[in-house]
Design a protein around this ligand. Structure first.
Ligand code: IPE
Ligand code: IPE
Ligand code: MG
Length: 243
């Protein structure tokens, strides 16, 4: 279907406020072509750029989170880890002006302290340069783990001396690293595996899940729109009885 026709259809119905993407399948994309994994990551980064540009331009969804590096991804070869970080640093440095001009506000979810100093500096610069933007909130989950995030919330609660009676789902939610974002309505995972891999655990409680075999470098704007259309066809009960 034509992208414009899909867009017009999608705008007739409620859209998700927050879509999170588990970008998986770069390695298999490369392997299928006899290329090194790094080439898969490079193509994956291009797919990410395409999608961000499209999402910022069409303004369908105000919050998008990208799962870029998990707390478990440290188990990969050092070279691969360094390559992933350098891709992100490159992107932030070269595309910062474009991000800012496209009205994108960058957020970072994850344990920044463990990242290389140069990457931390590029992130800090991008966060402050895009702070005032409102068109698209783009959160990058980097050195992020769902369990880490919950523990981080617990640490903040303890540090603030919150007592058991003050700790409610609502108050705790705000202490999580994702506390400034709305709950994800839709989580998309590419690459065919049907699991969360320690991504949003607390946050995923009532998210709709969408799994596609498409490998991340092949995931384009059209399939993003198809996932949104699939979301619009679902009934969200939130535990209620439905007639
Ligand atoms: C990219 O896909 C996801 C990251 C962790 C950066 P993978 O590198 O996990 O690709 P596959 O799953 O091996 O194909
Ligand atoms: C999930 O992909 C993490 C990211 C996309 C950043 P993985 O490739 O690390 O997941 P597993 O190891 O197959 O569960
Ligand atoms: Mg993978």
């Amino acid at each position: 279907m034509e992208i414009d026709q899909l867009l017009a259809e999608l705008r007739q119905k409620p859209l998700p406020r927050h879509v999170a993407l588990i970008m998986d399948g770069n390695g298999r994309w490369a392997k299928a072509r006899g290329l090194p994994r790094s080439e898969g990551h490079r193509q994956g980064a291009l797919a990410t750029e395409r999608l961000i540009r499209f999402a910022a331009e069409k303004k369908l969804v105000p919050y998008i989170t990208l799962f870029a590096f998990s707390t478990e991804n440290w188990a990969r070869p050092r070279q691969e880890i360094e390559f992933l970080f350098s891709l992100l640093e490159d992107f932030l440095r070269k595309k910062l002006r474009e991000l800012a001009e496209a009205g994108i506000r960058l957020w970072l979810l994850g344990d920044m302290d463990k990242l290389p100093g140069r990457l931390q500096a590029a992130i800090r610069e991008a966060l402050s340069a895009t702070e005032g933007n409102r068109d698209l909130n783009l959160a990058v989950a980097l050195n992020f783990g769902g369990r880490w995030a919950i523990l981080e919330g617990v640490r903040r609660a303890l540090a603030q001396g919150l007592g058991p009676e003050e700790l409610t789902e609502e108050s705790f939610r705000k202490l999580l690293p994702t506390g400034g974002l709305p709950e994800p309505d839709l989580i998309i995972r590419t690459g065919g595996h049907q699991r969360l891999s320690n991504f949003f655990l607390w946050e995923a409680a009532y998210a709709e899940l969408y799994f596609t075999p498409t490998l991340w470098p092949d995931f384009g704007p059209e399939e993003f729109l198809l996932a949104l259309r699939d979301f619009q066809g679902r009934t969200r009960n939130f535990g209620r009885a439905v007639e």
